[in-house]
Design a protein around this ligand. Structure first.
Ligand code: ATP
Length: 367
């Protein structure tokens, strides 16, 4: 028997919000299953924080519905106030109460019911701060303060925890440690979480599902691998990671391009742009290859080669650190990995040429 799918903990449908002429959220739809971590990922100003504020009830949407654990908290005739939504909040700047010690901060949202002290102790243990229960916020590091903020959000057992750029005030090494800790804590507590970030690596490494938000709309919600390897549109592909864009001609599931013939997932026909990751390009030194190694950046764990193909297009290839071939040497490039294809700009949906198509440019789209 198939295991039952987890229930949906949060569902946002057609959320829209404008401030005067600015519309940070326009028809955003997504959901999160119970116990899952969803990253709301998008460029600065795309409406991520506004979306969190709408879910928390801190702002009112102009349109749309929000359902938490099966109850409508926001809809055409419903607007449950923030304090009755049972939503936990963690902000970028921790926002602890400076005059309360750690345990009082964590216990703040708990009623004076029996078991309050035990719940505080349990939550502090979960975030690894039991020993610091009597410290004041100013006596804690940034990472410790953020753990307290997480404990405070989790203590009342919220229906969903919302985290707004929770790691952005921390230095790189601490950020990585805290990310792992936060993931573990969320897992162990069974909490459903939505966190906002503009950092792709953070979203891909921490979340179960990534919702890509651009210009106020959620364009794709999928597990990290799918968002990275199978972006649903050119806009998503242009945002997530780095791609080489190579012109090709599609015939069914095959695309012919200057690097050979590759398979694509869905049948297409006519001129396409093939989006190929640098790590999907294999390089070997070969006098009869299709291009010349023009530049090399060595990073230790790998290196990035820029290879100028005979057409003039420069492609970036991520290769092993042990690959040795000096600049100026000819190389053979093979596509060996996932690729995605989009109908080329200037051609219609059936692949026929419309407006003039830009010729293959010497245009690396890479850092
Ligand atoms: P960032 O990653 O930079 O925090 P974001 O994706 O979280 O960005 P929002 O903070 O939601 O984006 O803001 C989206 C747009 O809405 C911005 O142009 C912002 O200036 C505007 N905005 C947000 N809140 C308000 C407000 N209360 N009044 C007017 N404009 C606002």
């Amino acid at each position: 028997m198939m295991p039952e799918a987890p229930p949906i903990a949060l569902h946002c449908e057609g959320l829209s919000k404008s401030f005067g002429a600015v519309t940070p959220v326009g028809d955003a739809t997504f959901h999160v299953t119970a116990g899952a971590i969803l990253a709301l990922l998008g460029p600065s100003g795309c409406g991520k924080t506004t979306t969190l504020r709408l879910i928390a009830g801190l702002d009112q949407p102009d349109a749309g519905t929000i359902v938490l654990d099966g109850s409508v908290v926001q809809g055409p005739d419903v607007s449950v106030p923030p304090e009755r939504r049972r939503v936990g909040l963690v902000f970028q700047d921790y926002a602890l109460f400076p005059h309360l010690d750690v345990q009082a901060n964590v216990g703040f949202g708990l009623s004076r019911r029996n078991g309050r002290a035990a719940r505080v102790a349990e939550t502090l243990e979960l975030v690894g701060l039991s020993a610091l229960a009597s410290r004041m916020p100013h006596e804690l590091s940034g990472g410790q303060q953020q753990r307290v903020a997480l404990a405070r959000a989790l203590a009342p057992e919220p229906r969903v925890v919302l985290l707004d750029e929770p790691f952005s005030n921390l230095d790189a090494a601490l950020r990585n440690d805290l990310r792992n800790d936060v993931r573990r804590v969320l897992r162990e507590s069974g909490a459903t979480a939505v966190f906002v970030t503009h950092d792709q690596e953070e979203a891909l490494s921490l979340a179960d599902q990534v919702a890509v938000m651009i210009d106020g709309r959620v364009l794709q919600v999928a597990p990290p691998y799918d968002v990275y390897c199978h972006p649903v549109s050119r806009v998503v592909a242009d945002f997530i990671g780095h791609y080489n864009v190579i012109h090709g001609a599609a015939m069914g599931r095959m695309v012919v391009c200057e690097l050979g013939t590759v398979r694509i997932q869905d049948a297409m026909s006519g001129p396409v742009d093939l989006y190929v990751r640098p790590e999907a390009l294999q390089v070997t030194s070969d006098r009869n290859g299709q291009g010349v190694i023009e530049a090399r950046q060595f990073f230790g764990h790998d290196q990035l080669l820029h290879v100028r193909l005979d057409s003039g297009l420069v492609v970036a290839c991520r290769v092993e650190p042990t690959f040795i071939a000096p600049e100026g040497v000819r190389a053979r490039i093979q596509i060996n990995g996932d690729v995605v294809a989009f109908t080329r700009a200037g051609t219609d949906a059936r692949g026929r040429r419309g407006a003039p198509v830009t010729p293959p440019a010497a245009r690396p789209r890479l850092a």
